[in-house]
Ligand binder design. Structure first.
Ligand SMILES: *Cc1c(COP(=O)(O)O)cnc(C)c1O
Length: 396
């Protein structure tokens, strides 16, 4: 259907593919064509499509209760909160419906904690160039990319942008107004950019020195994606706040903000809320998702499979002049090219593999955490083939 005829706003530059069915690592379009899925709904379907345990739990909950207001106790919400708290360095959870909302909650909590608990008039949050934190007014302002801000001014005050992975420059951004630093440990949308350990140590040091909150945006990196349940575990650090969404309920909409115990007081009754945040259904899907990840050690599996993919990509793409760098953590992998990723992505789709672009020149691979070696070999074969054909065509 052309955008002209569509009843939808043309907010998305959609690929010319209509997917109608999914199972595990496979998707089918409305023409019956089969695809291997290394996009995973943008790091959402970490257990693959229609995972059995989540489906069973959802069906069971659908027969019991769909929605009640957060003015009442919701046992599934308590249980999912407990699971997340037991398996992280955080102590309390707030549930919402998306990543942007989770970051919005984190921004509000950081301000409120400073105003109410510390009694300080500090509100500035340091974020980073090429970061991505969401599309609401506050979170697009937090995002370190001008293109998402165009036409939406005036933007909320209180965000400053430091260069990513530049430990030296960072301290120059801390002022008497700074209340928090907000960071992705692998920038996802920005181009699969892992944070350097020394840079992260400097972030932590500055947070300690100035009593700033460390907010880690784990919306894309969380839920086993990078080879640990949460990416902060790779760095031996303890954030004050982490935000989650994407894979937390296997595709059922949900978001969560987890925080340290000292922050509880700042989010008292009436301070923040959401009608749908943490419904019995969304949190049922979340419980089944997290239990599956823990029982089957899927983070460990992601680490192993990610290493295998990196070494295979290095081997199969060696000598291709279009490939600049291959990088990533676990199953969040980027192939940086010398040409825009949009030159390759549709051709890879045509060849039966779904991938997405990140940043201007990066082909991003996000297979599910249960992906098999056979599937990985098949996907890498397609990528190597497309890039080899493109390289051959470009020297002619
Ligand atoms: C996707 C994403 C968001 C925004 O999540 P939405 O659910 O689209 O609002 C925020 N931060 C990061 C790192 C993301 O990858």
């Amino acid at each position: 259907m052309s955008e002209q005829q569509s009843a939808l706003f043309p907010t998305y530059a959609r690929f010319p593919i209509t997917l109608v069915k999914g199972e595990g690592s496979r998707l089918w379009d409305d023409q019956g064509k089969e695809y291997l899925d290394f996009a995973s709904g943008l790091a959402v379907t970490n257990l693959g499509h229609a995972p059995q345990k989540v489906k069973e739990k959802l069906v069971e909950q659908l027969g019991e209760l769909w929605h009640v207001s957060n003015l009442f106790h919701i046992p599934n919400q308590e249980k999912l909160g407990q699971l997340l708290v037991d398996n992280s360095c955080l102590d309390a959870a707030f549930f919402c419906n998306s990543g942007a909302e989770a970051n919005e909650a984190a921004i509000k909590l950081a301000r409120k904690y400073n105003a109410k608990v510390l009694g300080k008039q500090r509100y500035e949050i340091i974020t980073f160039h090429t970061s991505f934190h969401g599309r609401t007014l506050a979170t697009l302002t937090a995002t370190g990319q001008d293109k998402v801000k165009e036409g939406f001014h005036p933007l909320p005050e209180g965000f400053v942008y430091a260069p990513y992975n530049d430990a030296e420059a960072l301290k120059g951004f801390v002022t008497d107004k700074t209340c928090a630093i907000m960071l992705e440990l692998v920038q996802g949308e920005g181009g699969v950019n892992p944070a350097e350990p020394e840079f992260v140590q400097e972030v932590v040091r500055l947070c300690k020195e100035h009593d700033l909150l460390l907010i880690i945006d784990e919306i894309q990196t969380g839920m086993g994606r990078t080879g640990k349940l949460f990416a902060y575990e790779h760095y031996g650090i303890e954030p004050d706040i982490i935000t989650l969404a994407k894979a937390l309920a296997s595709g059922f909409p949900i978001g969560a903000m987890l925080g340290k115990a000292k922050l509880r007081e700042a989010f008292g009754p009436g301070s923040h809320g959401s009608t749908f945040g943490g419904t019995p259904i969304a949190t049922a899907a979340g419980i089944a998702t997290v239990e599956t990840m823990l029982e089957e050690n899927l983070a460990g599996r992601a680490a192993e499979m990610g290493d295998y993919i990196l070494s295979e990509l290095h081997a199969k793409l060696a000598g291709n002049p279009l490939v600049k760098q291959i990088r990533g953590k676990g199953l969040l992998i980027g192939i940086e090219c010398t040409l825009p990723a949009s030159e390759f992505v549709p051709v890879i789709h045509e060849a039966g593999l779904l991938v997405t672009a990140a940043g201007p020149n990066v082909i991003r691979l996000l297979p599910n955490l249960l992906v098999t070696r056979e599937e990985v070999n098949e996907g890498i074969g397609i990528i190597a083939d497309v890039l080899a054909r493109k390289a051959a065509a470009s020297v002619k």
